[in-house]
Design a protein. Structure first.
Length: 56
């Protein structure tokens, strides 16, 4: 995310964390907040795939 902001990317597309999968919605939100905070001026798009995130 920091690199995307450094190169002035138009946006960041994030998948759910695949190795340490969240077990609930607050964990997923925390993960996305960490990504978003690393590039606060770049829009963050989340690609929600319930099968991958274990959260629906």
């Amino acid at each position: 995310a920091r690199h995307a902001e450094t190169i002035q990317a138009n946006s960041i597309l994030s998948l759910p964390e695949l190795y340490y999968k969240p077990s609930n919605i607050p964990q997923l939100i925390d993960y996305l907040c960490n990504v978003g905070n690393a590039a606060a001026n770049t829009p963050l798009l989340y690609y929600h795939i319930p099968m991958l995130s274990n959260v629906n």
